[in-house]
Design a protein around this ligand. Structure first.
Ligand SMILES: NC(=O)c1ccc[n+]([C@@H]2O[C@H](COP(=O)([O-])OP(=O)(O)OC[C@H]3O[C@@H](n4cnc5c(N)ncnc54)[C@H](OP(=O)(O)O)[C@@H]3O)[C@@H](O)[C@H]2O)c1
Length: 317
């Protein structure tokens, strides 16, 4: 898949990439779609250096097909998944071996393709940045999407009392069913967020003109982690409320990070999150799948309303 000079997605035939030192070649079996793919097509979010500049796709699952020099611990045929800087919506990709995550045996390619981006940002936001603790009350806005369904599960797994804000009530039952056994999850509409607070941690996945009014919902020493701002990125802030709460605003993005930083994050996900996935303590809800050739419908679904979980492209056999 290529983003052409008019910002349109097109299928093109290109020669297979060749793995360099430290890299492997993957035969991609499925790839996740992300809002960043649409932003890149609009010209707002270029690929970071070192990744294909015009091929979208930030997360892949597939089998190792060839191995470059100076790679150990990986074999041809291994089932792996990875968060990549671009180039995932393709049949093949070269990936630094240090970014690879093993796919647990029971996990399908489709589910694996929906794991790396959502659970990397969820773990980093909640565990590393917000330092969520058992007993914390956590609010996740825009919770029914790919990132939100991961955030809610990571918060619940951390022992937090989690509140998922989902504006479509028809999705509330599916969201409730995501709560791992023995965890506390309330599903609310945006208008009900205040009465379920105050919160130790708020994960902002929506943005928009009023989103930082939520500082008034923070407990003392509360944290707001800003992850997604598609509904608006410039907002007023009641600074006095933030001061009274002695609160913290934390922003994060993953894509533009240096390779070494991405490798550190991948190691954390490999050690701390993949084992939960393997024990079926985490699930990857898949909204819809599309063959690579039906990319137009896939990207339309990604940008459309009412999704629950991830949209996934599936490669031809
Ligand atoms: N910082 C990073 O590194 C990073 C990583 C991953 C994702 N993100 C960002 O995080 C955001 C969420 O990602 P995602 O993959 O979960 O996207 P997604 O699958 O498209 O889900 C977005 C969710 O937000 C809801 N929503 C949109 N506008 C809303 C509004 N005005 N009020 C209430 N809910 C609203 C949608 O509900 P409807 O169906 O009702 O529209 C949907 O459930 C995106 O902006 C993405 O770019 C950032």
């Amino acid at each position: 898949m290529v983003i052409d000079s008019n910002g349109q997605f097109r299928l093109m035939q290109r020669s297979d990439p060749v793995p360099g030192p430290g890299e492997v070649l993957l035969r991609i079996r499925a790839a996740g779609l992300n809002a960043a793919d649409l932003q890149q097509a609009r010209g707002d979010y270029p690929a970071p250096p070192g990744w294909p500049a015009d091929v979208p796709g930030l997360e892949v699952a597939g089998a190792v097909e060839a191995i470059g020099g100076a790679v150990s611990g990986v074999g041809v045929g291994d089932r792996v998944m990875a968060l990549v800087g671009g180039g995932g919506h393709a049949e093949r990709i070269t990936v630094p071996a240090e970014l690879l995550l093993p796919v647990p045996p029971a996990l399908s390619w489709v589910e694996a393709a929906g794991f790396p981006e959502a659970f990397s940002i969820a773990w980093e936001s909640l565990v590393e940045l917000a330092e969520v603790r058992a007993g914390d009350r956590v609010l996740v806005t825009g919770a029914a999407g790919g990132a939100g369904t991961a955030m809610v599960q990571v918060a619940a797994q951390s022992g937090a009392h989690t509140v998922a804000s989902v504006r479509r009530t028809e999705l509330h039952e599916r969201m409730r069913a995501l709560a791992p056994d023995g965890t506390r999850l309330d599903v609310v509409t945006p208008g009900e967020e205040a009465k379920h607070g105050p919160y130790d941690v708020i994960v902002e996945l929506v943005g928009g003109p009023d989103c930082l009014n939520r500082v008034e919902l923070l407990r003392r020493r509360g944290r707001i982690v800003i992850v997604g701002v598609q509904a608006g990125a410039t907002v007023p802030l009641r600074m006095f409320d933030l001061m009274l709460a002695r609160g913290r605003l934390i922003g994060t993005t993953i894509r533009g990070r240096a390779p070494a930083e991405k490798a550190v994050l991948a190691a954390t996900i490999r050690e701390s999150v993949v084992p939960l996935l393997a024990r079926e303590r985490l699930r990857i809800p898949v909204d819809t799948t599309f063959p690579l050739g039906d990319h137009a419908h896939a990207y339309a679904r990604l940008g459309g309303p009412g999704k629950f979980g991830k949209v996934i492209l599936v490669a031809d056999e």
